[in-house]
Design a protein. Structure first.
Length: 389
């Protein structure tokens, strides 16, 4: 039975892929993720083949049927539809459709974290609002630049850089898939305002650090309190902490995969005794779940960084004094001022990259120094917490 618009629109995802046939070899492939992909099965040169027509609703039922007829005409003419289908496919693929396919194959299929997917979809929303409905093969650098300039006008320079990077990944995927011939994002290098590094509010005075650590003991709710304590003891970025999964932690080492790191490199964190105690408390709460900071409302997601900043404000350390990201500055200042540790080991602990071969060498070389460094820092925080003057 032929498909209808109502049927295509209403079909829901199932645990396994579903095929809804329209006739003449055309079918809708409904993935468990909810993606609806148009496909055409046909034979040429005694071989079974499949053509891809894009994603619904970017490619409507009527458009998919029209594309089916184009392929049929090519077959009747005795020509190979594979080459023709590339032309048809390219014409049908909007930036939005290619972005959705890229997300499915490169983000979801590769197991990116919920926080990474959330951030990527937020960026895709801004890109799609400007160029989503344009054929990807026709997008010019000036069109993409217009979208980025709108974001840049609000002073969100880091978001602009991420937008251009994500757009470039989608265009490169489009080139590899024969949806387009070039990446216009490359042409925008030097055309955007370089963002200035942001100085996150952080306490660095020893007495203030002691007050902060005592304040954390009363932070609420408990999951946020434990997150703040672990953040102080590991010096990772808040987003990296909140995306932590139990299978990344083995013994006294936490291995963070590259796709969760800001710099796109894997990062190994030595866990001090105090951090292991916090993790034991967390296991009692979320040990049966995949994510260390899984929300009680949505077990597959963690809470936001903002909740940690709210908790800090409630214990007397508002945004003008200290924020969640500020724990990294606290660590850097106190470790450097102690004179006990090399600057390279401190930078490696913060996952700051040294370019070139030296950076690769340093990541291995300074592990033996980083382990006692993190234990010293945790003990120092305990000492400051115990001060009453």
């Amino acid at each position: 039975m032929a498909l209808t618009d109502a049927k295509v629109k209403s079909i829901k995802a199932a645990a396994t892929p579903q095929k809804l046939f329209d006739g003449g070899g055309l079918f809708l492939l409904v993935q468990p993720t909810g993606s609806k992909l148009w496909r055409l099965a046909y034979r040429f040169d005694h071989k079974q083949r499949t053509a891809a027509f894009g994603i619904y609703p970017d490619v409507s039922l009527a458009t998919a049927r029209s594309l089916r007829e184009e392929v049929k005409k090519t077959l009747r003419a005795g020509r190979d539809p594979a080459a023709a289908s590339k032309v048809v496919k390219t014409a049908a693929m909007t930036f939005r459709a290619v972005a959705a396919e890229w997300e499915q194959r490169k983000m979801i299929a590769e197991g990116r974290s919920a926080s990474t997917l959330h951030r990527t979809r937020w960026l895709l929303g801004m890109l799609n609002a400007g160029i989503g409905d344009r054929p990807i093969s026709e997008i010019e650098p000036s069109e993409l630049l217009y979208v980025l300039h709108k974001v840049e006008a609000g002073g969100r320079y880091e978001s602009v850089a991420r937008l251009r990077a994500v757009a470039s990944q989608i265009f490169r995927y489009g080139i590899a898939s024969d949806y387009c011939k070039r990446d216009p994002a490359v042409d925008l290098r030097g055309a955007l305002t370089a963002g200035k590094s942001v100085s996150h509010p952080a306490v660095t005075d020893p007495d203030e650090v002691g007050k902060l650590m005592r304040g954390l003991d009363g932070a609420q709710p408990i999951l946020v309190r434990l997150a703040l304590k672990l953040l102080a003891l590991t010096c990772v970025r808040p987003g990296e902490l909140l995306s932590a999964e139990w299978d990344e932690i083995a013994g006294n080492v936490w291995d963070i995969p590259e796709h969760k790191m800001k710099m796109g490199r894997p990062h190994r964190v030595p866990l001090c005794r105090q951090a292991l105690v916090v993790l034991e408390e967390l296991r009692a709460i979320n040990g049966s779940r995949k994510h260390v900071f899984a929300s009680s409302v949505k077990p597959t997601q963690s809470f936001s960084t903002n909740r940690m900043n709210v908790a800090l404000k409630k214990v007397g350390f508002g945004g003008d004094r200290h924020v969640a990201h500020g724990f990294r500055s606290t660590f850097s200042t106190m470790a450097n001022e102690s004179g006990k540790w090399s600057s390279d080991a401190i930078e490696m602990s913060l996952a700051h990259l040294t370019p070139g071969v030296r950076g690769i060498y340093n990541r291995a070389k300074y592990w033996e120094e980083r382990v006692p460094l993190m234990q010293w820092y945790a003990d120092h925080l305990d000492e400051l917490r115990g001060r009453t003057t």
